[in-house]
Unconditional design. Structure first.
Length: 319
């Protein structure tokens, strides 16, 4: 039989992931059972972030790009900014001189964009926004398929993303109903993960949640973020304002999308030992519980986990 295989003959391969370095957002993207790169964006896949204009999609993407480019060796980022001049984009990013692994382009023609992807060979790609891609036009099924899957012998974003070993984040604007993307309804069905970015009632706070689909993680997790003068930070209404800014590892320790068998967060030996000690103490006291793989079960009240607790960052020696 042609084009047919027995399931027993197919090799199962783990999904390599890289972090956004926003922990709750990484949980939304998914967790592997294997220790290597068990959190975050799946390699070679496409996610769509849809939200109303001005909610905070671009600002969050900028901070994800900055995190990725500085936390990973080989963390090359390619950012297509199709809605605003690159000079405006640079002013939003601030302190741009330290981000020499972030490449920017204002190109909006799909063939040229794909050509740039192959030239730069990034590990994380942003298209801000898909609505402004020249070929997207009305966003009908044919146009959306051309952009994602390719047509007439021309490569689409899916193939290019797979070939360079990146994750691609598409940004799209929602219609006023808050449910459908501007220009068409086909696009969410062609990507691997569809997330919604939604305003909350709290001033400057917005949330990210799973939208119409998620092939690589749970649909239950959400993440809260807050706008500040210095960018976007993770927000937890149950933590004092002084503890709001997320505590990240200070330096990259492994290549993007390359297995890291030592520790999943990239901490020093002392930090990792302190984490394990703290985790054991909290398990013994009943503050947290572990699943059968030894991973911390997310907090049932919010469906989220903040690396045991955000405030423990100081105990880890993270700055």
């Amino acid at each position: 039989m042609t084009n047919v295989k027995k399931l027993s003959e197919i090799e199962a391969k783990p999904t390599l992931r890289n972090r956004t370095w926003f922990f709750d957002l990484d949980l939304i993207y998914g967790v592997n059972e294997l220790p290597e790169h068990n959190l975050g964006m799946p390699k070679g896949k496409i996610s769509l972030w849809a939200g109303q204009s001005g909610v905070g999609k671009s600002r969050l993407c900028i901070d994800v790009a900055k995190n990725f480019s500085t936390k990973y060796i080989g963390g090359v980022v390619l950012y297509f900014q199709t809605e605003s001049p690159l000079s405006d984009f640079a002013s939003w990013a601030k302190d741009t001189k330290q981000y020499d692994q972030i490449y920017c382009s204002g190109e909006n023609k799909i063939d040229e964009m794909i050509k740039i992807i192959y030239e730069v060979k990034p590990k994380l790609i942003f298209i801000d926004s898909v609505n402004e891609i020249d070929e997207f036009e009305n966003g009908n099924k044919k146009e959306a398929r051309r952009i994602i899957q390719g047509a007439d012998g021309r490569v689409g974003l899916k193939q290019a993303t797979h070939d360079v070993g990146a994750h691609l984040i598409l940004l799209g604007q929602l219609n006023q109903d808050g449910k459908t993307i501007k220009g068409g309804t086909s696009l969410p069905h062609l990507v691997d993960i569809a997330l919604n970015v939604v305003k909350t009632d709290t001033n400057g706070v917005f949330r990210v949640e799973v939208g119409t689909k998620h092939r690589y993680g749970s649909t239950e997790n959400t993440a809260l973020f807050k706008h500040t003068n210095d960018g976007v930070i993770e927000y937890n209404p149950n933590i004092a304002p002084a503890m709001q800014e997320y505590q990240n590892a200070p330096a990259p320790v492994y290549d993007a999308y390359a297995p890291n068998p030592n520790n999943q967060y990239g901490w020093s030996d002392a930090q990792q030992a302190n984490y394990e000690k703290t985790k054991a103490e909290w398990v013994a006291s009943g503050k947290i519980k572990l699943d059968k793989y030894g991973e911390v079960i997310p907090n049932s009240e919010r469906g989220l986990l903040r690396r045991l607790n955000q405030s423990v960052g100081k105990m880890f020696g993270l700055k």
